[in-house]
Design a protein around this ligand. Sequence first.
Ligand SMILES: [Zn+2]
Length: 308
Amino acid sequence: MSHSQAEGLISVKDVVFELSIFAQEYGVSEKQFELGTGRKYPWEQGVPRTKRYALCPVCNNPVRLVGLYKSVKPKPYGAHVARNVPGLPAHNDHRYANCPRYVGITPINENARYDEPEPHQLELCQVLRDNIHKIIYVAESTLDIRGTVNFWRKCIEKFVGSKGYLYPRISIDNLPWLFLYFGANQADLYRQNVKLNSDMHRAIVSNCSNAKFEISSESAQYGALVRGDGYLDNISLRFTGYEVVSRENTAYEKMTIYVDFRDREIYKAQLDVVPSLLRRMLRSRWDDNKRNKALQDVATEVMAKLGL
Ligand SMILES: [Zn+2]
């Protein structure tokens, strides 16, 4: 096996130079490398052939940067290094094999779970507890719904109850999406606010004759799904097919969402994980005034069961 085959390519967009879930991400370029490292050891090392390194923002394994000071086609890139590099955090094989930014990743069953949480999984649970308003903001924007406190309480409980946090591929990139995948699967949409004229809203209107949407005074853009005349069966969410796919040497994460009514799919859409989005939000204070006390209390209470 050649050197390049042994090292998996990652999406070239970003790397970090610090071992922290909140680390600033940098692009793979000469300028960004100098900005992030000052060209200091251990990021730049080796004689006679100088090598340059960074860390993967998702699995924190060493990443070799290729093509920074000599041009490579089509552009400089970062590749996971499957071994220890002097001065950098030790290579972690588990996290490497499960890094969704690693193009060579092999599919695993969605029921796969570690027996015990790895340190980064507990750290993600802490992120969920302390920043539940940001996670839910991403989840709600992704779904075009606004859930009640009770809706999100059930999701947090189900996420922990189904041991979603022990899924080997959970990461700071996909946390809001896998939170939905494991927590909101089969969630009932009754009484939840759905964005009016969204595809999901239109699908419910045209398929469920007894469904009605009550527009609240808080937001004219959303309507609460309620019963019209007569009985209304469950209208619920379902998530399947989470996977990592690669295109042009970059890995992408996606999944499928369905809305079911009377055991029938009435709506289907692909959801794509937006890499780095949550990390950028965690680094910003833009919505710290939007913290919801009730949701924070729920998250704190549920995570306490994990000893956090
Ligand atoms: Zn990685």
